[in-house]
Design a protein around this ligand. Structure first.
Ligand code: SAM
Length: 337
């Protein structure tokens, strides 16, 4: 079992390193409170769930988003407050005491996110595939969550690509270079799978997704809210299925390039399922032709240095892995190679 104190301290450092200073401070104080036997200890002692710190933060954030804890909300930019790392802690601690039972129940929920910033990787990859194959895209996403990134071609990237009136803008999507924006990308099918798909039209699902966005990163919340709105206008389907079953028996289709894409989900697959996905893709790759190609785009963490490369394998051909660029955990900014 991992000591919740270590979990809180680790997550505090991670938040500090990734531009979430208020969460970093709240978690550091929470770790101290845990050691001192305060309300954090009452909530977390003896628990060993994955992402325990994020469960705690997300459950409290949900109360903020529901408008039920106004004193804490004053420090949360996602509801118009001003992030103040030092002032937020007493209000946060008070919420833990006042809503102890509800927060304890919320800790049982695994966090779920759908990070729209990762569309910067996907769109760049899709443009590359469209440029190299000259074909419309059949887009299949593994671990699609609410399927927001299945609409990636409807977002606006830098001042370079996408509808100029899109509500979803990623002004610093790409740096170092630009993917082939004139590739004539056209997506003709949008289908994803997830073990727990979320419906972007469902208010409870929206609240759930927003609650796991870090409140001192309001830009992430802004683009998430915009993508949830846009999803109502651009249909896409996410089926309840594991990735291994979803791609079992996959075949390329004549006249389109079949693109299998995933971001920040591979680490959740058991090794056996990872092997099944890879075998299905390679079998489909072996059957690919110039008029029915297959592409595999992945934006997944590599190694222990928390690097996030965007990789592409394309068939027919040798299907070797090419690295197209590298991004941050939340996608943007993507450095394009
Ligand atoms: C960290 S989220 C990332 C969601 C989305 N790909 C993104 O980048 O925003 C991981 C997602 O993978 C899903 N997932 C986990 N294991 C899975 C599996 N075996 N098959 C399909 N989806 C899975 C989870 O339900 C969750 O929605």
């Amino acid at each position: 079992m991992t000591d919740p104190f270590d979990v809180l301290r680790f997550q505090a450092r991670y938040c500090a390193d990734t531009g979430a200073p208020m969460y970093a401070e709240l978690l550091a104080r929470a770790a101290d409170d845990y050691r001192a036997g305060g309300p954090v200890a009452r909530l977390l002692r003896g628990r060993d769930e994955r992402a325990l710190a994020l469960r705690l933060l997300g459950t409290v954030h949900r109360l903020v988003l529901e408008g039920r804890v106004p004193e804490l909300a004053a420090h949360y930019p996602t509801v118009g407050g001003t992030a103040d790392p030092l002032a937020a802690w007493p209000a946060f601690r008070a919420v833990l005491v006042e809503h102890e039972d509800e927060i304890r129940a919320g800790l049982a929920d695994p966090p779920q996110t759908n990070e729209v910033g990762r569309a910067a990787a996907l769109a760049g990859g899709l443009l590359t595939v469209a440029a190299e194959t000259g074909l419309p895209v059949r887009l299949l996403e593994l671990g699609a969550s609410a399927g927001l990134n299945l609409r990636a071609d409807h977002f606006r990237y830098n001042d370079a690509y996408g509808p100029t009136d899109s509500p979803v803008t990623l002004p610093e999507a790409w740096r170092g270079g630009t993917p082939p924006v004139d590739a004539g990308l056209r997506i003709v099918e949008r289908l994803g799978c997830d073990l727990t798909p979320l419906d972007p039209a469902d208010p409870a699902a929206r609240l759930r997704l927003l609650s796991y966005v870090w409140p001192d990163q309001p830009e992430r919340a802004r683009r998430l809210r915009a993508a949830l709105e846009l999803a109502a206008r651009v249909p896409a389907t996410v089926v309840r299925q594991g990735a291994g079953d979803f791609v079992a028996g996959l075949e390329p289709r004549e006249g389109v390039v079949t693109v299998v894409w995933h971001s920040v989900m591979w680490m959740y697959l058991p090794a056996e399922e990872q092997a099944r996905v890879t075998a299905s893709l390679e079998a489909a790759g072996a059957a690919a032709t110039a008029t029915a190609p297959l592409a595999h785009l992945a934006f997944e963490v590599w190694g222990t240095d928390l690097l996030y490369p965007l990789t592409l394998r394309l068939w027919p051909g040798d299907g070797r892995t090419r690295v197209l660029g590298e991004g941050a955990a939340h996608g943007v900014p993507m450095t394009w190679f």
